[in-house]
Design a protein around this ligand. Structure first.
Ligand code: FAD
Length: 391
């Protein structure tokens, strides 16, 4: 399907978002509800997105998917959510459904999927630990077999949305005696179980996006095991590749940021009293920024095309993420430099300035979550360029 036949769908999605998206104040980097009312609204919104077939349409029909689903529709949805600055479901949150569909038993699918579709279950990921992030396989949280049950003890870190999540996808070590990847098992954990303590982490954005989660002898039955015993690595890595077409929405985000950069340069007055955009050096910086934005858009578009044609290269995702997140930081730094060197900014653009501050505070996080830039560079080097691994 090329872009044109998606246009009626895009119009429909746009109208749906305008009519039904929760009216929350958008702040980049603040994705957790700020009140019980907001939480209810977000759950309602997720339910409506599933009911309307905008989310979950790619699932097998018996679990609510639709036969006419096209992956391009996922991309269109995410682009329009970005464009409207509407609440968008997180990859972290949606990962659970993919893992359940791919690895869950029929019983687990029947028990868990419908709660996701109804906005009743928000999921979080309990993977990283204080000493295990990039090198996730070194994690130390233990799930010790006790009869048919498991007793889990350990600490997780940076768990996005854990403070309001109903369920967590946990990766824990069930067998310390085997290869470190083979000793890991995935679990579907109700977050209200005794022994689980959740402590939100306060961030410089002013909100608490993620949490520390302490597990103290949490008892899990065999029905909580997701996938095979010792097969946890496959469960979490397959899920991490889900919703891949969503990467394309980053191109929209960059376009919008460039628009904000131009607005800022039109509104900012420099010390000689003139507006920033009247100056050749600023114009040159804008031109350079635009060429980078266009370059990254091409990388992202290429990636999406290959994903849609099922011809994705393993380095596509890392390369697109690296290019987008690093340029995001660069644009934020340029905007902040312009703000810092201005004597005033037209009050009509106050919202744009606020957005730049918020983006700036958040931008670094994106270069860490879902694979830190250094790790992605290593992957691209090995997978795309065929460079040898460090010995
Ligand atoms: C916004 C956000 C949301 C997150 N949400 C979740 C979540 O929901 N659930 C969850 O489990 N985790 C989550 N994380 C954690 C995330 O997965 C980790 O932060 C990430 O994997 C990096 O691990 P780390 O923080 O331990 O840093 P480290 O792995 O300690 O890395 C520190 C620095 O060293 C570099 N480095 C590490 N190893 C190498 C190497 N071999 N070669 C070169 N450089 C290296 C890294 O690139 C980085 O710059 C989130 C993180 C962020 C920022």
């Amino acid at each position: 399907m090329n872009a044109e036949p998606a246009e009626p769908f895009r119009e429909e999605v746009r109208a749906f978002i305008a009519a039904r998206a929760p009216r929350l104040r958008h702040q980049e980097g603040v994705r957790v509800p700020q009140s019980p009312d907001e939480q209810r609204e977000i759950r309602r919104w997720l339910r409506e997105l599933y009911e309307a077939g905008y989310l979950g349409a790619g699932w097998p029909a018996e679990w609510g998917g639709t036969p006419d689903h096209h992956p391009l529709h996922d991309l269109v949805l995410m682009e329009e959510l970005f464009r409207a600055r509407a609440y968008r479901p997180l990859d972290q949150v949606m990962l659970a459904s993919h893992a359940i569909l791919a690895f869950g038993t029929d019983r687990q699918k029947a028990d868990l999927l419908h709660h996701i579709r109804r906005g009743e279950h928000i999921w979080c990921q309990l993977f990283s630990e204080p000493d295990a992030g990039s090198d996730l396989a070194s994690l130390r949280t233990r799930a010790e077999p006790k009869g048919t049950d498991f007793v889990v003890t350990g600490q997780k870190a940076w768990s996005t949305d854990a403070q309001w999540a109903d369920m967590g996808m946990l990766l824990a070590r069930t067998d310390p005696s085997v290869d470190r990847h083979a000793g890991l098992t995935a679990f579907a954990v109700p977050m209200h179980l005794p022994g689980i303590e959740i402590r939100p982490i306060r961030e410089m954005t002013g909100s608490s996006e993620f949490c520390e989660v302490f597990l103290d002898e949490v008892r899990l039955g065999p029905e909580h095991v997701l996938g095979d015993l010792g097969g946890g690595w496959a469960v979490v890595t397959s899920g991490l590749a889900s919703e891949r077409a969503f990467v394309g929405a980053n191109a929209v985000q960059l376009e919008m940021m460039f628009g904000d950069l131009v607005s800022l340069c039109r509104a900012a007055r420099i010390p000689d009293g003139t507006i920033a955009i009247a100056h050749e050096d600023i114009q040159a910086q804008l031109a350079a920024a635009l060429s980078k934005v266009e370059g990254v858009k091409l990388i992202v578009r290429d990636t999406v095309e290959r994903i849609l044609q099922n011809e994705e290269h393993p380095s596509d995702g890392p390369l697109a993420k690296l290019a987008y997140t690093e340029l995001n930081v660069e644009l934020c730094e340029l905007a902040l430099e312009i703000i810092a060197s201005s004597i005033s900014v037209d009050a009509a653009e106050a919202e744009v300035v606020t957005r730049w501050y918020e983006n700036f505070l958040w931008s670094r996080a994106l270069t860490i979550s879902g694979g830190a830039s250094e790790i992605l560079r290593g992957l691209v080097g090995r997978q795309l360029l065929g460079l040898p691994r460090d010995s």
